[in-house]
Design a protein around this ligand. Structure first.
Ligand code: WTA
Length: 704
């Protein structure tokens, strides 16, 4: 037992996390929001911090919940009796689709709820008013109920691209209390199948095809793969519902399976004009699952609540993104990720804003596309990721200047943003006028955890900012000792308190929930006092003396590739599906455009030839099991893996070589000589190459 634990610890030691390869930048000067923005902002009262301070917790969150229309008001704001399974707004009843649609009809019936921009530029924008949305959500809800027999508590997997039918489908589920599990459209059929199995969905909703970079992709083919994968693992998908990209024609070369596959556009004719009473849901019933990567090979189904989640995303949309009903808001994320759920669909629609959706690639057909869309639709709030900012800047640094749009505020999310990219976003995209919020949070969190309050706080490029109202972070070292604010040291960021947007559990695996997020710093396993249960976020962070937090990256086996969260173990096990592969090790590598990219090191079975075809085969296997987004930048077939004497692969050494960092002492390895061979293979012959300059700082655990 003791020996096993020892080995586990060594296993931890031999990895190198994202946070450890974080590039450091200097503290930047502050930028201040302009009077025009402040003059119209939703949140200008600095007393908000006091109102949401610990002495007013948890009742402070009434302010967010009161933005919603409740069927029945709650009696207990926060119930901690089953810690750390927190319950918010207990006793309350609410329906999400009613809050995002029905309640806006009286005042905003003919206002655009969704503006959908197809990728082909000659296809017109589709305008869906709140009345249209109401009709369509009702009809779809009737279809789900009457054609599929779905009811409250059932799970449905949705594998769709960025089309307006996606939020329609999600809201239809919410209307019935059906739990949706949206799988990012770019994930493979197999990845979708694995999520169908985990959530035990008997209905899959998909689409025939969609446009990406000018091509109409066959998406239906993924449904067949997903259903087969699910069947192989014992889960039967009874019905596959297929939306059509082109209203009156089926656009996929993959045939329909009789009796199983149904074209939604055909079925809906039967439900024209149908009305479905929104199911009044207990606040604590789940609204959706969102799968995300963690430290093991198996993605986690994060279960989000109905009332708490909606309250949190509505509050943060209103006060941090400064969304007003009159705003045209465009978040360029994909709804298949949490950002899209919270800040394309639920938050903006709960506020009756107009939310813009774009089908395709931001740089298609050129890097002026987003700014043309913004100009044409009058977008005044913009939200995107550092990766998109870097790509748009690289391909079209002067493009924004050519278009007449005006953003009052802008958001960035998903990765740390380097000050250089931030400044281009501010000066060129925002014309030096738009306030920027750099929002740090995670799939698990429902909504923002840190960000500046745009009309109150100054902005600091490269730092996410102070915690959100009602969020009380703490940074711990590995031993559980607090690293005080301003200590200049990095550590593990935790949130001391529960908040309404926090997910409820990992679907079907409450033990993993407790173990992953709470076990590390829990003070007393039997306590029902929230103070004993800090939430471990899995990110490294530094807290500057001015109270601003800088996020360095993941401290676990997760890599954030272009803002997409991928598990190294998931990629490794995908590589191992190639029969010739003996061992695989995936490491994060700093990339100037995508933030981080995975590189994979492979040891082949004896007698197998290492060549380009084998590298290609391994890359392809990752695409099949996970999707194109996880494809490693480089597949490096090496003669042997560097190993400890107990046989563990030294991923730390491999990551150091890929990142041109010092790999430290290797004399205790079982095969130290292989390290130099691999180094030469990766970096070329000649002396050890290390990144030069002041950025060559290993941030984590060191003085920052
Ligand atoms: C990273 C996305 C720095 C972080 C909403 C986190 C960020 C992971 C930021 C979650 C930010 C997100 N600055 N890093 N503003 N936002 N991250 O679950 O490492 O897809 O743990 O949620 O992205 O990714 P996820």
């Amino acid at each position: 037992m003791a020996e096993a634990r020892g080995r586990e610890m060594r296993e931890e030691e031999v990895r190198l996390s994202e946070a450890e390869i974080a590039v450091h930048w200097k503290e930047e000067a502050l930028y201040y929001p302009g009077p025009k923005f402040i003059g119209q902002a939703n949140l200008t009262d600095p007393a908000v911090t006091e109102r949401f301070s610990e002495k007013n917790f948890p009742e402070c969150f009434r302010e967010y919940a009161d933005l919603l229309t409740w069927d029945k008001y709650w009696h207990t704001t926060l119930d901690t009796s089953k810690a750390p399974f927190w319950k918010w707004f207990v006793g309350g009843r609410i329906n999400v689709s009613k809050n995002c649609v029905d309640r806006h009809l009286e005042k905003h019936r003919n206002k655009a709820a969704i503006l959908w921009v197809p990728e082909p530029e000659d296809e017109p924008t589709v305008v869906i008013t709140f009345q249209d949305l109401y009709n369509r959500v009702n009809e779809m809800a009737a279809l789900l109920r009457d054609h599929c027999g779905l009811k409250k508590g059932d799970r449905v997997t949705i594998h769709m691209p960025m089309v307006a039918e996606l939020p329609v489908t999600m809201l239809a589920c919410a209307r019935l209390g059906v739990i949706h599990s949206v799988v990012f459209g770019g994930f493979s059929g197999e990845a979708c199948g694995a999520r169908i199995v985990d959530s035990a969905s008997r209905v899959l909703i998909t689409m025939d095809g969609y446009y990406r970079s000018g091509k109409l992709l066959d998406h239906k083919v993924n449904a067949d793969i997903a259903v087969k994968k699910a069947a192989d693992e014992g889960t039967t998908v009874e019905k596959v519902l297929i939306w059509q990209r082109h209203r009156d024609k089926y656009s996929s070369p993959t045939p329909l399976v009789a009796g199983r596959d149904f074209v939604v556009n055909d079925l809906l004719k039967t439900f024209a004009g149908a009305r479905v009473e929104p199911v009044s849901m207990p606040a604590e019933d789940p609204l959706f699952l969102m799968y995300t990567s963690g430290s093991t090979g198996k993605p986690k189904g994060c279960q989000h609540s109905t009332g708490g989640y909606l309250a949190y995303v509505t509050g943060t949309s209103k006060y941090i993104q400064d969304i007003h009903t009159t705003d045209v808001y465009w978040c360029m994320a994909d709804i298949g990720w949490i950002t899209g759920h919270s800040y394309i669909v639920y938050g903006p629609l709960a506020l009756a804003a107009t939310t813009v959706m774009y089908e395709g690639v931001p740089t298609y057909p050129d890097a002026g596309r987003p700014w043309r869309i913004a100009e044409r639709l009058g977008v005044n709030i913009f939200h995107t990721s550092p990766t998109a900012i870097r790509a748009l800047r690289k391909l079209g640094p002067d493009e924004p200047k050519k278009y007449h749009y005006s953003f009052k505020c802008m958001t960035t999310v998903g990765e740390p943003i380097e000050p250089e990219a931030w400044k281009w976003y501010y000066d060129v995209v925002g014309r030096g006028e738009a306030a920027i919020t750099d929002t740090w949070w995670q799939t698990e969190n429902g909504g923002f955890l840190c960000s500046t309050k745009p009309a109150i706080d100054a902005m600091k490029p490269g730092s996410t900012g102070p915690p959100m109202p009602g969020i009380y972070p703490i940074i711990y070292d590995e031993q559980g000792k607090e690293i005080p604010v301003g200590a200049g040291k990095a550590g593990n960021i935790c949130i001391r308190n529960p908040w309404p947007g926090m997910f409820q559990t990992i679907w079907g695996d409450p033990d993993r929930f407790v173990k992953t997020y709470y076990a590390k710093y829990n003070k007393n396993k039997t306590s029902t006092d929230w103070h004993d249960w800090p939430y471990f976020a899995g990110d490294g962070a530094v807290w500057a003396p001015d109270g601003y937090i800088r996020i360095l990256g993941r401290v676990d086996d997760v890599i954030n590739v272009a803002g997409h969260r991928l598990g190294t173990k998931e990629i490794e096990s995908a590589c191992l599906t190639v029969p010739e592969v003996a061992e695989a090790a995936v490491v994060p590598v700093v990339d100037p455009e995508k933030g981080r990219v995975p590189e994979v090191y492979i040891a082949l079975k004896p007698g197998v030839k290492a060549d380009k075809a084998m590298e290609e085969k391994i890359g392809k296997a990752v695409e099949t099991v996970i999707g194109k987004i996880a494809r490693p930048r480089t597949v490096r077939i090496v003669p042997d893996m560097p190993k400890t004497r107990s046989g563990k692969i030294m991923r730390r050494v491999l990551a150091s070589i890929s990142n041109r960092m010092d790999y430290g002492d290797i004399t205790t390895l079982a095969n130290p000589e292989v390290v130099e061979q691999i180094r030469v293979q990766v970096q070329g012959a000649g002396p050890v190459q290390k990144q030069a300059g002041p950025e060559d700082i290993k941030a984590f655990g060191k003085d920052a």
